[in-house]
Each structure stands twice: as C-alpha cells, then as structure tokens.
Design a protein around this ligand. Structure first.
Ligand SMILES: [Zn+2]
Length: 118
C-alpha cells in the first residue's frame, strides 16, 4: 500500500473543521473563551471536559481519559478505525465540500450567461 502523503495529512488537519465535525455528530459545543467545550464521549463525563480549540483545530480531554489530538485522532478514536481509514473518510468529507463549492460557482456562471447577472 502506498504511503499517505504528508501534505494530505496536513491539509486535512488544517482544513476540516473539528468544531463543524463535532456539531455534525450531535455534540453540543459551548463557547469557552476562544475555545469550545462539550462532554467527552470517551469517559463518563459529568461536567464538560472536552476542549476543542478552533484556532489550532485540536481537541483535548481535561477529564479522566486525558486524550486529545488532531481531527484524524478524533475520527480514529471515535470510530475505532485505523489511521489510514480515518484519512480516507476525511478526504471524502473534504471532497464533498470542494464539489459543493464548484457547483455553486458553476451555477453562478450559468446565471451570468443566461440572464446577464453579475
Ligand atoms: Zn475524556
């Protein structure tokens, strides 16, 4: 199997928003200074102790389990899958985002051609 390129890993770590991913997974994130906090799914968390930093796109549990890392670590731990599989899933995710953006641009162009709109 080919090695996953470092630039792809960096791209995913930087461009796939942890905050957005967690929200899409049903986590209720609360603003906490410049970070967000929510209940940690990896231990029996009574007070929210999972900190998500949108600046660095990192997460960290300050409670019992004390785990943390990048968006790739999150997907691996949450889904119980390998590094490679987590990268594949996130690449698919970013692919969808790119595809949606491209279709919006195409739609806008068609409107300009058809109706002379800018
Ligand atoms: Zn925890």
């Amino acid at each position: 199997m080919a090695r996953i390129k470092q630039e792809i890993i960096e791209k995913l770590k930087n461009e796939v928003s942890l905050v957005r991913l967690l929200e899409s997974q049903g986590f209720k994130l609360k603003k906490h200074g410049k970070d967000f906090i929510c209940h940690c799914p990896f231990h029996n968390d009574k007070t929210p102790s999972l900190v998500v930093s949108p600046d660095k796109n990192l997460w960290n549990c300050l409670g019992a389990c004390g785990v943390g890392g990048s968006i790739i670590d999150w997907v691996m731990k949450r889904e119980g899958i390998s590094f490679r599989r987590a990268v594949e899933i996130l690449q698919h995710d970013i692919g969808l985002i790119v595809a949606v953006a491209a279709s919006i641009i195409l739609f806008a162009k068609l409107n300009v051609e058809r109706f002379g709109m800018i």
